[in-house]
Design a protein around this ligand. Sequence first.
Ligand code: FAD
Ligand code: FES
Length: 267
Amino acid sequence: MRLAVPPRLARFRPGEFLMLGWDEGCDPFLPRAMSIRSAKCGVRSAGWEVEILYKIYGRGTALLAAMRPGRFLRALGPLGNAFEVPRSATGVIMVAGGIGVPPIAALAESLAKRRTSRRTEMTVFLGGRSKADLLCAADFRRAGAKVHMATEDGSSGYKGLVTEAVEEFLRTSHLAPRTAHLSGRTSHLAPRTVLYACGPHPMLAALMPIAEKYDLPYQASLEANMACGFGACVGCVVPVKGGEGHRTYRLVCKDGPVFDAHHILWA
Ligand SMILES: Cc1cc2nc3c(=O)[nH]c(=O)nc-3n(C[C@H](O)[C@H](O)[C@H](O)COP(=O)(O)OP(=O)(O)OC[C@H]3O[C@@H](n4cnc5c(N)ncnc54)[C@H](O)[C@@H]3O)c2cc1C
Ligand code: FES
């Protein structure tokens, strides 16, 4: 869906999101969080447009799908934080599970535009139950990424979970698994390959031991039920590692949605 927006809403970094709500009545009462897929100066309209890509899940997204051109939505944003790509990264591995793809595709496009003397090699893994769940493959290829697919029913690419495909890729790549005697040394080296992911919680959690095994910095974009989107309702907490082995909490909307996955308490 493309939304005509004021220019300030179109200035976004990959990972940031909008809270979209309805102007008429109080049903649905709460706005819905949507990642910004892309933004551009409109072709048909005179001003700025942002694009969102969504799956019809419940009442709110069904109402979005029923909207027709010319109707209004309330939009708040861009909210949250963004993926960070260290200058030293020479490679990125991006994993998008199902409808987790919009911020990952935005990241790939922003990396493609990044002006650096050397290119950042992009490898993308798209995972879903079946072929129909794999979105934006052409966009990733246009951005210069190598695209791998994985489907649980085997209708496209690797048959199985996308995390298994990532593990298989790393096993056969030049990235050696971390070993006990190397771990102290490698963790002080500047990151060269960084892992980024957005998708269902079990997928994000399953990537954690893989990131640890290959000593990869790992940024995960989390989802939570959000009622406000800016830190007021405290409804979107996620447990993270605090000091001295204690558990503490962060807000997905305000401190995230992108987190250093090594800090999250996945269990
Ligand atoms: C940062 C972020 C980015 C997202 N980006 C996308 C995207 O790009 N595309 C996409 O398809 N989906 C995205 N989602 C998921 C999307 O927000 C949900 O699929 C959507 O809210 C479902 O709304 P619904 O009305 O269809 O479903 P419903 O199940 O009817 O409603 C879910 C909504 O109910 C509210 N809610 C339910 N329980 C609670 C609770 N306990 N506390 C507070 N609020 C509650 C929230 O507003 C929640 O969004 C994103 C989610 C987050 C957090
Ligand atoms: S959604 Fe309200 S505090 Fe995060």
